[in-house]
Each structure stands twice: as C-alpha cells, then as structure tokens.
Design a protein around this ligand. Structure first.
Ligand code: HEM
Length: 368
C-alpha cells in the first residue's frame, strides 16, 4: 500500500494538539474568551518546560560522565544555553499573559481554586533536576510544596503523571552534583585529585588567593579613606567583613567537617577556571560556568517577572493555591542553586593581581 506523503498537520498531530483547550469542562465552547487565552498561555509554557527539561538532561548526561572529554564540554554549553534561551523567551510570554485584565480574570478565577501554577510538576522537576535543596525552598502555607502536590495528585491521568514524574526525578543525578564532580577533578596548578601532594597544592592556592585578596582590600581601604570624608572605621569594618566572608567561603567553613575537603576542592576548581580562563583548556570550562550562571539568572528573572505580572493582575491577594501570593513568589527568587559559582564572582582577583599558573603546559591543546 502506498503511504500518503507526510504532512505538516500529521507530523505535529495538530488534531490532538488543538483539541486540548477545553479546560475543566473539556469543552472549549463553554470557556470564556479570556479563559482560552489563560489555558493556551499556560499550555505553551508547559511545552517549553518539556523541552527545557530535555535539554538539561542532555547537558547533565554529558557532565556526569566519569571523565568528561574536552570535546564534550561544548555540548554541555550548547544544551545549557538553549535552556537559558527558552527561559528568556518564556519571560517575554508573561507580556501576553498580562493582557488579561484583573476583572476578566475574576470572572473565572474562583472556579480554579485550589488549582495553581504552584502545581506545575514540570517546574518542580526543573528545580530538582538542577539541584535545589529542600531546605532552600520557600515555605508554602507552612508546608513543603512537594508534599502539597503529592496530597493533591489524585487518581486522574495528569495526577498520576505528576506523582510518577516527581518520584522519578528524585532518583536522578542533579546538574549541580554532576557539575561539582567535574569541578572537583579540575587540575589546579597542574595537580589533580589523587596526585601526590594534591591537598597541599589546593591549600596553597586558596591561602595565596586569600592573602592577595586581603592585600587588595587593605590597599582599597587606604585609597577610599584618602578621598572620602566618611567614617574610616566603618569602611574598615565593611572591608574586613567582606574578607572574612571570602575566607569562610574559600575554607568552606559553612560545610561540615567530613564534606569540607571536597567542597574546598570544588570551590578551588571554579576559582581556578575563572582566574586562568586564558589557558586554552580552560576556555570552554569557563564558558560552561558562565552558562550555568546565566541559566540560573534567567530562572531568577523568570520568577521575578512572574511575580510582577501576578501583582499587576491580582494585586497582593492570596493565590488560588493558598500561598500568600506575591510575597511568597518574591521569596522563591532569593535562593541560588549554584551559590558557589555566584560567590566566586565576589572573591575573584584581577588578572594582574594573580601569580602566573604553574604547569601551564598542562592546559594547552594537545598537538594535532
Ligand atoms: C494571570 C496569570 C497568573 C496568575 C494570577 C498567577 C498567580 C500565581 C500565584 C498567586 C502563585 C503562588 C501560588 C498560589 O498561591 O497559587 C503562582 C505560582 C506559580 N505560577 Fe502563576 N500565575 C499566573 C500565570 C502563570 C503562568 C502563565 C505560568 C506559567 C507556567 C505560571 C506558573 C507558576 C508557577 C510555576 C508557580 C509556582 C512558583 C513556585 O512555587 O516556585 N503562572 N502563580
């Protein structure tokens, strides 16, 4: 039998796709005109989330290899960058959402209670896959947001999917864990974990960094005090506090004893890559770190933009899902999953304040 030629509508299954906007009634003719808009915008976000999750898994899989070959690093960057671009694109879509006027939304808002974007299990998957720790989550009506979803996920097809997907993602390696394993293996001044004397090399790198940072702060204090008629003691305290924070970070004082050596090496790895990015073999790794920060930046901007859109449409009233609304949403924009990469930016030294890298021949391209 001769197969019909492929068509656009069959390839995209447009018959199925365009029949999914019936809302709770499963009947599009019963929707208010603004409700079709509301359903469609949300569905579009969920489709983008689907692609975003797939991109992050591809990036994570490359990065989780026991040894990541140099030529695989660009793939990680490629998939992460697409993920960040998807988030950036959906931020623009809030513009479409907020054409919904406050009063037109009120016409159907109450029938949605307790449904809420809060139950977007793909957003939760995204957070878990990236590596958000449960302790970092903003409290939702006093309970863990994931328990809340589990409680509401009844025996409908979508409810079962929500439960299955959350259960599965909790068993997966996170992007943060894969990134830390990779950073942990970063050669520092030519020394890798397991090499004789590696701990000493890492220790000296961090101590030297801190000493140079301290010297830079002392010099800054002298210059500021000379030109500013401010309180020099207050200025000194501020710079001292910032050096102490840098010391606590580099020595991983926030981490318990057992995990501290690993955390220090991870931080040293990130700092080394950011400091010596002109070494050929560190150029892609530095781009990778920058792309991770950019991805998280887009996520924080997404959360902030969503909160402003919500404030515009419903003001500061309680959400349909039962949270405090805008206040809760603003809290979710505070945490950073890749906190170490953000903090490294606060301790980084200028290139001319750094010593040259030892064993720099180890970071060159292999002769072709
Ligand atoms: C008029 C439009 C919208 C309003 C008024 C609104 C309102 C809210 C409110 C108040 C919350 C907090 C939870 C609650 O108490 O319900 C929330 C959470 C959320 N919304 Fe929206 N939203 C809107 C559109 C969207 C769109 C288009 C998306 C895209 C997927 C979305 C995704 C989310 C997500 C993922 C959360 C959970 C945030 C978190 O807990 O981290 N919302 N929304």
């Amino acid at each position: 039998m001769i197969q019909p030629p492929p068509t656009y509508w069959d390839y995209l299954q447009l018959d199925a796709l365009l029949s999914l906007q019936g809302g709770l009634e499963r009947d599009e003719s019963k929707l208010l005109p603004d409700e079709l808009h509301f359903v469609l915008v949300h569905q579009t976000f969920e489709l983008w989330f689907k692609l975003l999750l797939s991109e992050l898994r591809l990036a994570r899989d490359h990065l989780a290899e026991p040894r990541v070959p140099e030529e695989h690093v660009p793939f990680v960057v490629h998939h992460l960058r697409r993920g960040g671009t998807i988030l950036e694109h959906t931020i623009d879509a809030f513009r479409v959402m907020e054409t919904l006027t406050p009063q037109d939304f009120l016409a159907f808002r109450d029938k949605l209670v307790p449904a809420s974007g809060f139950q977007s299990f793909q957003m939760r998957e995204l957070e878990i896959l990236l590596g958000l720790e449960e302790a970092q989550r903003a409290a939702y009506a006093g309970s863990n947001p994931l328990d809340h979803i589990e409680k509401l996920a009844g025996d409908t097809p979508a409810g079962r999917l929500a439960r299955e997907r959350l259960q599965a993602v909790r068993g997966e390696r996170t992007l943060r864990a894969a990134l830390h394993d990779w950073l942990h293996r970063t050669p520092i001044h030519g020394s890798s974990p397991g090499d004789p004397g590696d701990e000493g090399v890492v220790e000296r790198f961090l101590a030297d960094y801190l000493a140079r940072l301290r010297a830079g702060h002392a010099e800054k204090l002298a210059r500021l005090t000379a030109v500013l008629a401010t309180d020099p003691a207050a200025l000194a305290r501020q710079l001292e506090a910032s050096t102490d924070a840098a010391r606590d970070f580099l020595e991983a004082r926030d981490v318990d004893d057992a995990a501290r050596p690993r955390a220090r090496r991870v931080r040293a790895g990130a700092l080394f890559i950011e400091s010596y990015r002109e070494l050929p073999l560190l150029a892609w790794p530095r781009l990778l770190l920058d792309t991770v920060v950019e991805l998280e930046e887009q996520l924080v901007l997404w959360r902030t933009r969503h909160a402003r859109m919500v404030e515009r449409v419903i003001g500061r009233r309680v959400g349909t899902g039962g949270s405090s609304g805008v206040d809760y949403l603003d809290q979710t924009a505070r945490h950073r999953i890749f906190g170490e990469l953000w903090t490294v930016r606060a301790v980084l030294l200028a290139r001319d304040a750094l010593p040259g890298p030892a064993a720099s021949d180890r970071y060159g391209f292999a002769p072709g």
